[in-house]
Write a protein of this length. Structure first.
Length: 357
């Protein structure tokens, strides 16, 4: 282990001890904001220090075993202990590097999910509906909540466009690599000769922005229109101008929300989505600058990039960024994305580790 890394870990160990003493004082809960902040820091640092403690123990075991190698009676035992300690140190060293990797500040946030039909006409719209159901089922498996913000249904089913908010701890960390072009190969129900058609949809995943803390929106730069909602919602929703359309004049961004009967709630949701899109544009601009210097395997943020193919006749899904092919398409389309999201996260961490080293 590098000396600089060891020094950093020593400082973290000292900080955990310090936090433990502070959090055990009787009057710490008098200031709940500070208590919550310190408690969170303690929770984040404790696992790192625990692994470092194990690393130091293994290092001591290694040194003890090396000292026993010169003793003929203990040599065989010492060699076994030596080999075991070396393997443990190797594993713990990698684990420590992973724990010390910089964390994405957005990982814990809710997300906005946008799916749009692309090339392929009606089949693309149908596949948009299938993708949306896939993400909804994944959210359900993860105990997250899904709120539709706006939808434009296709005449044949599915969506021309659907925007939803997924509410749940860690939603962004699990789905942040989903942005891009998703291609489908299958025989449409309208195809009489059984020919396989190829169509595509685009997916955008954005961490929810706090419009007050993260994005400065000047009310004078907003054009807000109200209109009568269309689509499902019963008779009441079509009798009032509850739908909201907000245009951000400096950027030309337009957001709409008509899912709720309350104009006030639709306005709040639309503002949140607008703030998220403004923040997302800023993030993608930063990513483009970084990508110009270093090619990223995953998480490039380029939505025109074809990231995945769903081949129904072969029952397979292929993620082209990490060359992963899974022959469990039916399960994936039913929301079982855990193997896929874990593989993408592992590749991302491996790339971070490479740069870390």
């Amino acid at each position: 282990m590098k000396q600089s890394l060891r020094e950093k870990l020593e400082k973290l160990a000292h900080r955990v001890k310090e936090l433990s003493e502070i959090l055990s004082t009787p009057d710490i809960t008098n200031n709940m904001e500070q208590y919550t902040k310190l408690n969170k820091e303690y929770a984040e640092l404790t696992p790192i220090v625990a692994v470092y403690t194990s690393y130091e123990t293994a290092q001591n075991d290694l040194e003890t075993a090396e000292g026993l190698l010169s003793d003929p009676e203990m040599k065989e035992f010492a060699q076994v202990e030596l080999d075991s300690a070396k393997k443990q140190i190797e594993v713990l060293d990698i684990e420590l590097q992973k724990l010390l990797l910089p964390k994405d500040a957005n990982d814990e946030k809710n997300i906005y999910l946008e799916i749009r039909a692309g090339t392929g006409g009606d089949e693309s719209a149908l596949f948009s509906g299938d993708l949306f159901r896939m993400y909804c089922r994944f959210a359900e498996r993860s105990n997250w909540q899904v709120e539709i913000i706006s939808e434009s249904e296709s005449d044949v089913g599915g969506y021309k466009e659907v925007i939803a908010k997924i509410i749940g701890y860690g939603a962004y960390s699990k789905l942040k690599f989903e942005s891009g072009a998703h291609r489908v190969q299958r025989v449409p129900t309208t195809e009489s000769q059984g020919r396989i058609h190829t169509s595509a949809c685009t997916v955008a995943v954005m961490p929810e922005a706090d419009e007050l803390a993260e994005v400065n929106i000047n009310p004078s730069e907003l054009k807000i229109d109200t209109y009568r909602a269309s689509g499902a919602g019963g008779q009441h929703i079509n009798k009032t101008d509850s739908a909201i359309r907000i245009t951000h004049l400096p950027t030309g961004l337009v957001v709409e929300c008509q899912d709720d009967r309350s104009q006030h709630k639709n306005r709040a949701r639309a503002l949140s989505l607008l703030a998220t899109r403004i923040k997302d544009a800023q993030i993608r601009e930063q990513q483009a600058s970084i990508a110009a210097q270093r090619k990223s395997l995953v998480g490039s943020g380029d939505r025109s990039e074809r990231i995945r193919t769903y081949n129904f006749p072969q029952g397979r899904m292929t993620d082209h960024r990490i060359n992963l092919t899974l022959y469990k398409l039916e399960m994936i389309m039913d929301g079982d994305l855990f193997e896929l999201t874990d593989a993408l996260m592992a590749e991302y961490k491996a790339e971070q580790l490479s740069n870390f080293e």
